[in-house]
Ligand binder design. Structure first.
Ligand SMILES: *Cc1c(COP(=O)(O)O)cnc(C)c1O
Length: 404
């Protein structure tokens, strides 16, 4: 076996398809987001503007968050020192779980080291506990949910994205006694559309299914207290398990689920991805706690983000750029080709100091490669005008397709 050859072939395939991933080397400037420094060149760091951060509300730099983390670091030190069971269950963890349960109006919450792990661990464990369980998964669900469903080893049905008729058709075909879990997201992060949560819950009621909603791209940003789309639409009490991340709008790191006491106790007691790993650093937990508390009480960041997103969408569409039909804070521009998407991104960075990562397969289906902009409260109209101008120039230069 020529191992070297197999590995280099695998990498070559990615280059041939134009989707070999290059990470860019940056440092953000605290207090000046979206300004950052890029270390790609050879003559020292170059100033850039970040347009693709999932720190949607700049909470990762918020003074309250930074101070809470400094305070925790000086009070209790860097790491947690163990799993939740053995030495790593700090008072910060308990306090944040209480805060998150309250945010979603649930009895309990459980922290994980990331949103990815929370999805993987919860879905795989849930389906193993429920005998003969079938999971109904929206076709655009995130890789972490897919991993959980796969690791569950249970029966799986994929329903067409947001298609309630298809979901019902699949549910109706099953044995009424079979345990069922419907898994979906609230905000789909690559298209920027929203699930019909109330209608999904109606189907769950009709066919006696549990519901699992990934609110990763909505937590902090929607609803009067930032509880997500389930908060905005007042349906949180109808969803069995709400999952979220502390790494996006909350601005720190970590993931969680919230649900009733019994379900949280089951996941806590059976999920290997929760049990056999060191708990989050108390420093991270303290930061997330300050962020969640702040966003519960303040709508300023959410409102400013929505204004920024509307303005950028309007500018793109006025300029004839192929902005996708997003109903959320996510502003995707369709390119439809991996090589072109990478080329646009490279030119933006090299010539305009604009950082937006191309989004390629398998993050999105082939042929729908895109640039995904995430304007936030601190992206100014002036920055948006410059960005739109840069894109127009590149669109002409590369003779790309404009919107109809
Ligand atoms: C980012 C993401 C996750 C994973 O969250 P992390 O905290 O980054 O691990 C889960 N679900 C969706 C939809 C995501 O976009």
């Amino acid at each position: 076996m020529d191992y070297q050859r197999v590995f280099s072939k695998a990498i070559e395939r990615l280059h041939e398809e134009g989707r070999y991933r290059v990470f860019i080397d940056i440092l953000r400037n605290k207090g000046a987001f979206p300004n950052a420094r890029c270390f790609a060149g050879h003559n020292g760091p170059k100033p850039i503007t970040v347009w693709c951060s999932n720190d949607y509300l700049s909470m990762g730099q918020h003074p309250k968050v930074v101070e809470a983390m400094e305070e925790a670091l000086h009070d209790v030190g860097a790491g947690s020192g163990g799993t939740r069971n053995i030495g790593g269950n700090t008072h910060y963890h308990i306090e944040l779980e209480n805060e998150l349960a309250d945010l979603h109006g649930k009895e309990s919450a459980l922290l994980f080291t990331s949103g990815y792990i929370s999805n993987e661990a919860t879905l795989s464990t849930l389906a193993k506990i429920l005998p003969g369980c079938a999971i109904y998964s929206d076709e655009l669900n995130h890789a972490s949910m897919i991993a959980g469903i796969r690791n569950a080893g249970c029966e799986k049905h994929v329903w067409r994205h947001n298609d309630l008729d298809h979901l019902e058709e699949l549910l109706a075909a099953a044995d009424p006694e079979q345990p069922k879990v419907i898994a979906f997201e609230s905000v789909y992060s690559m298209d920027g559309d929203i699930a019909p949560i109330a209608a999904i819950c109606d189907l769950a009621d009709k066919y006696n299914a549990l519901t699992y909603c990934d609110e990763v791209h909505a937590v902090g940003m929607y609803g009067p207290r930032g509880g997500g789309i389930t908060d905005r639409d007042e349906v949180a009490d109808r969803v069995t398990i709400i999952e979220g991340t502390l790494a996006k709008a909350i601005g720190v790191m970590g993931g969680y689920i919230t649900a009733d006491k019994m379900i949280v106790d089951v996941i806590r007691s059976y999920a290997p991805g929760f049990i056999f790993t060191t708990s989050l650093s108390p420093v991270l937990v303290a930061g997330a706690l300050a962020s969640v508390k702040h966003l519960k009480a303040s709508c300023e960041e959410r409102d400013a983000q929505q204004q920024s997103a509307s303005l950028l969408k309007a500018m793109f569409s006025e300029a004839g750029l192929p902005v996708m039909d997003s109903t959320t804070h996510i502003v995707p521009l369709m390119v439809g080709d991996p090589v072109k998407a990478k080329r646009i991104s490279d030119i933006l960075l090299a010539e305009y100091g604009v950082y937006v990562q191309p989004i390629n397969y398998p993050t999105v289906p082939r042929g729908t490669e895109r640039l995904r902009f995430t304007p936030g409260p601190t992206h100014t109209p002036e920055m948006m005008r410059e960005l739109t101008g840069a894109l127009l120039e590149i669109w002409d230069r590369l003779e790309l397709r404009k919107a109809a």
